[in-house]
Design a protein. Structure first.
Lengths: 248, 290, 939
């Protein structure tokens, strides 16, 4: 049913730390691997060994260069997958009810057997979170690993999305963003977590932690004062050395 | 957006088809028998043919019937419902005219409303999308409806109405382009809001996620050369609106009328190609493509 | 209100999880291989594994695509067309082994040095070297010589270990982490995990790298240094820190040779060597007695400032020499700033920040420990600044001294083997004295006289023949590069082709793509491999190659021995070799066949066992010629290097012995049950100060790392280097050739120095003003990633990134191409703009470009049409100087290939149809991959 629920019991989602993401693409491939073998149709690849390989991915890492008004340019690695929006425009546009937002946890899913592959939901998503699988003709998107996070066949510690489990830098966090006491909510509060394209009115559940301020050693106001010499000459240094050793 | 031929054909043809049905539903022209049959055949061929064409771009056309279910929330679903209702009511109405020489006027009015409603719902599929600022405007339904009414009048042989409506549609088209060209820049969405990094400095896409292409780029990031677009706009304006009006102003003749119709449909097809090809989906911002 | 589809949120995940070790790169993470219906369904990190603790990188997660890659070789191949054509016929293993033996047997009988056996990215070097040693050839090494030997050797010679496999930052306690150069390619998951952990604690990262990508992108501060000047920058930091007295004097006095006296008599043949007592122990002056005393005397308080007068000569300790050298204004920030491309202020601020964290944020752990002099310390005091570097600063012709400088900086700060600093991983620390020396003496039909590779202590350990010529085909351990501890694989083909120092008969290589991305001067190497002599015979008569995949090198071999994938094989990640230990644990691991090959392929190590048995090599066969081992798994369990010490430390004897114990037939099963690895933790009191900590030394003896405790002090002053200098000054029997005398004198300084990269002095830097670098992307490993359908979508081609200054100067726009020229070659390639880049540096991703026809890709693959290698611009030799000599483009101490010394010029070019130079396609021995993938094994 493509009407959005009035409210969801929980708001499960990801918190992505742009201060820590090194852009290694581990989450991209862990996602590809898990979701090729699991939920719905495999994520197919066209021309995989040819001139124009192009496959379905539910999570992709962009890289941006940011030039501050003064100082050095910065590079930011930017993972992007479905943000499981509260006001998910992809859901309401779906003509068949294949797209839906779960009442119990807010996960936005596609019921592939109802999907006609019209692509309108991908058009409605501002984030590029949905990709039509070219082999199967159905819309694929991040499921927040709904088949992992409750999966009783997995050890409890592994009941997190594949991308979170694999992230080497620990730049991806999973939890209930509807609960202000959850670890992810606290992280968002302390680190100034932000929405992507807030003006689109989608109310994304996933949050991004902005990079911490960079290149502060280039600022005049440094953390420590510059070092004062103990002596100008090697001989003076040896004198200092002797005195210092006495004090040990 | 990718200017998919199936969708261009669909919106162009079915727009004209439902436009014709609208006029037929009003009893303009008041035809019966074989003449009515020809009119209705043309209208149904255009409207239903366009709908058929639109299913070509579906991944699973065999499940298309499921699209009728979500009329409460989805414009695409509403379009489907509206289109079927329009075709059914106009089918019954047309059957009355063709086979019984009877005009069930209230059914015609209903069918006319549904036909126009179909064009409106089609336009709302695009106009609702905040992700495509060029489309998200009341001018989009205005454009679709004036074109459908004008094209329908042309097909229905309503010369005066057609001339007026086509001129009006041309005017709406100009306004729509003028607004559309500024829409993305005037929307609050840019690469800074897309990435949230604007607070640090000027954001530039350094590298895309993958070196090759993907569905998003193919489907939603289409780049049109500015000169090419300008040329196409002139063609669309001329063929879609000006030429038919001029032709209609000439002494009436079937050949000229047919030429006007062909010119109109070609012009609208060009307009629709631009409608998609020039539409900037905000996802392109993530790829540094705007 | 709404109804949702019923969803099975607990679907079947897998029939079984088989835990083994990844081999998608050199990291050796533990992996859980989920199996469905006997097939690999999904691969994830093993949470229990000491290396990756559950996480896994893109490569590891894409293992399923590598394991099933269409580029896999299917059966042994015999060349039927000309070399380089790629024309082969499939043959049986019996025939393949017979061909190999027909070539190898006469070599071994007549002159074992006619075999050059080099094993590339081999993780079984203790085994492959054992094979080569038993065969009797001196010509063995793996790929370290063109990778990071400078870092490794400089670490061993300075402090008994370096980074990665040798040690790691104390991630739990460090407060400032400083990363030099490109480091994404080694120890990749542990460093990502470490950076994540310290960032979660709010600790800071400084990145020193001309390019701000990867780890440097997340660094809080970025130092966009000019390539090749890292050593100068580090010595300037040393200058500022020493001048301010911000060095750890107590640490230096106790644990380093800073107080050791240096013979100051210019007339002595021991000038510049340590002053020693009758037992050969280096001498210090005890502050308590004022007398010269052996450094390790119980209760001694070594003095750093005293001098010693004898016979009118003033002898001084190392600390004096260091003060004299590094307080010199030549290392002042103002003096180095322009060359380093870093402002003097920034150098001073970085020094101040290092000092602040090291000395004002000192940390203390309440763990008592006893040092080697018998003194018990109630706490462990740490200076929480840590460093890491790998290939970035190593791959220069001044890389050894630069790496030494970095190790010395850490030691001056007192951050090595202390809480918050740098920690060794067993079997390190291991001083030079605990390593073998190189061996090169061949005897027909007999094994070599000892291990090939080692750490020379002086000229007497060089691998030279009686006539002074090189004993090894790669000229390792010669005056050209005396401390080439990892050999010089990158010189083998060039030297073999030139017949310099001699001709060989068979080149036998494993997992080294020498006909493409692993060689400098790639096009010429392909010619060398196919070149024929006046008789029409190949100059290199026989080439045997083993690889699992259809790499570019395959086409250039006469005989292909197809290897398995990493999921189909036995391997051991051994403490005898390159283990996976952590700073607080000894650990090793295995690979085992979690799936059976569906092709006629065999693990390379097993093939070596079979060849050894056929050749009846000692070590592999008994006196009567009976085979000791049937395959590699048998060797892993039953081989003993010394009684009780084998490749694997876990589950020895009856299964309860660790380190030392009799072979246990059930050992591999026990490893499999345990998740494919074994860990033995170091006791708390032994976890820091390892070189001097009695508890650690005793633990190391217990586990079999040492036979007796061997505490040592760090070598700020590297005496072995001084011995080579002394020879160059005319002392001793073994004398360098005259043309190398000055270079040895100037470069083999026993205290770290900096000199400009050789290429800078050999060419006109005004004509070639731009530095050109490569980096390995985190999602690809060497050439392997390209055959991987998932990974090649991420990096299918590579632009050359240009800094803003060059971008604007040449008027480049998106989509443009550039002609890039070095003194050695020219390429025409696509360019892209990057602002966060040193303004005189261009760079690209390494090994993305591919030869048409390789890796089962279509010939129009973007890797072959837009992708490119920088290798075409780099020569294994420096430009000729007109002296008729072949001067190699490498570090003069270790011979490490100086990849990153490359200088180029750049100009805008009309876009060619394909990246240039282009090469003719090679015929694929495996066909081409399918045009569609939808990979599911379940259901």
């Amino acid at each position: 049913m493509t009407t959005l629920p009035e409210a969801t019991t929980r708001k499960l989602g990801l918190v992505i730390d742009l201060d820590t993401c090194v852009g290694c693409h581990a989450c991209v491939i862990a996602c590809k691997g898990w979701n090729t073998e699991n939920y719905g149709a495999p994520l197919s690849d066209q021309d995989p060994y040819g001139a124009a390989p192009s496959g379905t991915f539910l999570n992709r890492i962009h890289s941006y260069e940011v030039q501050p008004a003064t100082g050095t340019a910065q590079l930011v690695h930017f993972p992007k997958s479905c943000l499981h929006c509260e006001d998910a425009p992809c859901v309401t546009v779906c003509p068949t009810g294949a797209s839906y937002k779960r009442v119990e946890d807010g996960i936005v899913l596609v019921n592939e057997s109802d999907c006609i592959g019209c692509g309108l939901c991908a058009w409605a998503c501002p984030y590029g979170a949905r990709e039509m699988d070219q082999a199967e003709g159905v819309m694929k998107k991040c499921t927040l690993c709904v088949d992992r996070i409750y999966n009783e066949n997995l050890p409890e510690v592994d009941r997190v999305p594949a991308c979170v489990r694999t992230c080497p830098a620990g730049a991806r966090h999973f939890g209930d963003l509807g609960d202000p006491e959850s670890d992810v909510s606290k992280l968002v509060a302390t680190r100034g977590g932000m929405d992507l394209m807030p003006e689109q009115g989608t109310k994304p559940v996933n949050k991004y932690l902005p990079p911490r301020p960079r290149d502060r050693l280039d600022e005049v106001d440094v953390l420590a004062p510059l070092l004062a010499p103990v002596a100008a000459e090697p001989t003076g240094f040896l004198g200092w050395l002797d005195r210092a050793l006495e004090r040990l | 957006m990718h200017p998919a031929p199936s969708v261009i054909a669909f919106t162009t043809l079915s727009g004209a088809g439902f436009g014709l049905l609208f006029w037929l539903g009003l009893g303009l022209p008041a035809v019966t028998g074989w003449v009515a049959f020809v009119f209705f055949a043309i209208a149904f061929a255009l409207a239903a043919g366009g709908l058929m064409a639109s299913t070509f771009h579906l991944g699973h056309p065999e499940r298309a019937w499921k699209a009728f279910s979500q009329w409460r929330s989805s414009w695409l679903s509403r379009e489907g419902v509206c289109a079927v209702a329009a075709l059914l009511s106009m089918g019954a109405y047309g059957a009355g005219l063709v086979f019984f020489g009877t005009r069930l006027a209230p059914l015609g009015w209903l069918g006319a409303a549904l036909s126009l409603g179909t064009v409106f719902t089609t336009s709302m599929i695009y106009a609702q999308l905040r992700t495509v600022p060029r489309w998200q405007s009341p001018l989009t339904p205005a454009l679709f409806i004036t074109i459908a009414l004008g094209g329908g009048a042309l097909l229905a042989g309503q010369v005066t109405a057609a001339m007026a409506l086509l001129a009006l549609a041309g005017l709406v088209q100009l306004i729509w382009w003028r607004r559309g060209d500024r829409a993305l820049a005037e929307s609050a969405t840019d690469i800074a809001s897309a990435t949230g990094l604007g607070r640090i400095g000027t954001v530039r896409s350094f590298a895309p996620p993958h070196t090759g292409t993907n569905y998003l780029l193919r489907e939603m990031v289409h780049e049109v050369g500015r000169r090419h677009a300008r040329r196409l706009r002139v063609i669309a304006l001329a063929l879609g609106y000006a030429v038919p009006v001029v032709l209609l102003a000439l002494p009436f003749g079937h050949a000229l009328a047919a030429l006007a119709v062909v010119s109109h449909l070609a012009g609208i097809a060009a307009s629709r190609w631009l409608f998609f090809a020039e539409a900037e989906h905000v996802v392109g911002l993530y790829y540094g493509k705007r | 209100m709404t109804h949702q589809p019923r969803l099975d949120t607990s679907p079947h995940v897998s029939d079984e999880v088989r835990r083994t070790t990844c081999y998608m790169c050199a990291c050796r993470c533990g992996i859980n291989v989920h199996m469905k219906g006997g097939k690999v369904a999904y691969i994830e990190g093993n949470r229990d594994h000491p290396v990756n603790r559950g996480v896994l990188c893109a490569k590891g997660s894409a293992g399923i695509m590598q394991h099933n890659a269409p580029s896999r070789l299917r059966a042994p191949l015999k060349r039927v067309g000309p070399r380089g054509s790629g024309e082969f016929e499939e043959i049986s293993w019996d025939e393949a082994l017979q061909i190999a033996c027909d070539w190898l047997e006469p070599i071994r009988r007549d002159d074992p040095s006619k075999l050059a056996f080099f094993t590339g990215r081999d993780q079984s070097q203790s085994f492959t070297s054992y094979w080569a040693q038993n065969f009797g050839t001196p010509n063995y090494a793996a790929h370290g010589g063109f990778c990071s030997v400078n870092m490794a050797a400089a670490g061993i010679y300075t402090m008994g270990g370096a980074f990665w496999e040798f040690g790691q930052p104390d991630w739990d306690h460090t407060k400032l982490f400083i990363l030099f150069g490109v480091a994404e390619d080694h120890d990749s998951n542990p460093i990502k995990m470490g950076i994540g952990r310290i960032k979660a604690r709010g600790a800071r990262v400084i990145g020193v790298n001309p390019i701000r990508t990867g780890y440097n992108a997340v660094a809080d501060d970025w130092v966009g240094i000019t390539p090749g000047t890292d050593g100068l920058f580090i010595l300037s930091l040393v200058h500022v820190l020493m001048r301010a007295g911000k060095i750890d004097l107590d640490y230096l006095a106790r644990y380093t040779n800073a107080p050791v006296f240096i013979n100051g008599d210019p007339a002595s043949p021991e000038y510049g060597l340590f002053m020693r007592d009758a037992d050969g122990k280096p001498l210090v002056i005890d502050r308590t007695t004022g007398q010269l005393t052996a450094f390790d005397t119980p209760g001694v308080r070594p003095d750093l400032s005293a001098t010693h007068e004898a016979n009118g000569i003033t002898h001084r300790p190392v600390m004096h020499l260091m003060a004299e050298r590094y307080l010199d204004p030549q290392y002042a920030p103002e003096a180095v700033a322009a060359r380093c491309g870093i402002s003097p202020d920034k150098i001073r601020r970085i020094a101040a920040e290092i000092a602040r964290v090291a000395f004002d944020e000192e940390i203390t752990l309440d763990h008592a420990w006893t040092d080697f002099r018998g003194e018990t310390h109630q706490t462990m005091v740490g200076r929480p600044v840590s460093f890491h570097a790998m290939r970035g600063i190593s791959a220069h012709s001044n890389g050894f001294q630069t790496a030494r400088a970095l190790h010395v900086l850490q030691i001056l700060l007192g951050t090595v083997e202390v809480p918050g600093g740098f920690r060794f991983k067993p079997p390190y620390p291991r001083p030079v004295s605990a390593h073998p020396t190189p061996h090169c003496k061949t005897t027909p039909g007999q094994p070599l006289d000892g291990p090939h590779l080692g750490y020379p202590r002086g000229p007497e350990d060089l691998a030279l023949k009686e006539d002074g010529s090189a004993a090894r085909i790669d000229k390792a351990f010669t005056w050209e590069n005396p401390m080439s501890a990892h050999g010089l694989m990158h010189m083998v083909i060039s030297n073999a082709h030139a017949g310099d120092p001699y001709r060989i008969d068979t080149l036998f290589m494993y997992m080294a793509n020498m006909a493409w991305n692993s060689s400098m001067n790639t096009a010429r190497v392909m010619e060398m491999l196919t070149d024929r002599d006046a008789n029409g015979d190949y100059v290199i008569p026989h080439i045997i190659y083993s690889d699992a995949y259809s790499s570019e090198m395959v086409a250039y071999a006469d005989l292909i021995l197809p290897d398995t994938t990493y999921l189909e094989r036995h391997d051991c990640i051994s403490l005898l070799d390159r283990p996976i230990c952590e700073a607080d644990a000894a650990a090793d691991a295995i690979r085992w066949p979690v799936v059976t090959p569906d092709r006629d392929v065999r693990g390379f190590q097993t093939v070596l066992v079979q060849l050894a048995n056929k050749l009846k090599l000692p070590g592999f066969t008994t006196e009567d010629g009976t085979a000791r081992y049937t395959d590699y798994a048998d060797y892993m369990v039953n081989h003993e290097r010394k009684p009780g010490i084998g490749p694997l430390i876990g589950f020895r004897g009856d299964g309860s012995d660790t380190g030392r114990g009799a072979p246990n037939p059930a050992q591999i099963d026990r490893y499999i049950e345990n998740g494919g690895f074994f860990v033995s933790h170091i006791p708390e009191a032994a976890q820091y100060y390892k070189p001097w900590n009695r508890a650690y030394q005793d633990w190391a003896v217990g586990i079999g790392i040492f036979d007796k405790p061997q505490p040592y002090i760090f070598d700020l002053y590297a005496e072995p280097m001084r011995r080579f200098q002394l020879a160059a000054e005319g002392h001793g029997e073994r004398q360098p050739p005259d043309h190398l005398r000055d270079r040895i004198k100037s470069t083999m300084d026993p205290l770290p120095i900096w000199y400009p990269p050789f290429e800078d002095t050999a060419i006109d830097t005004d004509e070639f003003p731009i530095h050109a670098l490569t980096q390995r992307p985190m999602a690809m490993y060497h050439s392997w990633g390209t055959q991987n359908a998932w990974l090649r979508q991420i990096h299918g081609h590579n632009p050359l990134y240009l800094p803003t200054k060059l971008w604007q100067k040449h008027g480049f726009a998106t989509g443009d191409w550039a002609r890039v020229t070095s003194p050695h070659g020219e390429i025409t390639v696509p360019v892209a703009h990057m602002a966060a880049l040193n303004e005189n540096t261009v760079w690209t991703w390494n090994a993305i470009g591919k030869r048409k026809g390789a890796w089962a890709l279509s010939e129009d693959a973007p890797e072959a049409t837009r992708g490119f290698l920088l290798n075409h611009l780099i020569h294994e030799l420096l430009p000729p100087r007109g002296d008729g000599l072949r001067w190699s483009n490498s570090d003069p101490i270790t011979g490490q290939a100086a990849w990153f010394d490359l200088r180029v010029k750049i100009e805008k070019a009309t876009a060619p149809s394909e990246a240039q130079p282009g090469f003719a396609p090679i015929k694929s021995p495996v066909g081409q991959g399918p045009d569609h993938l939808a990979w599911t094994v379940g259901k």
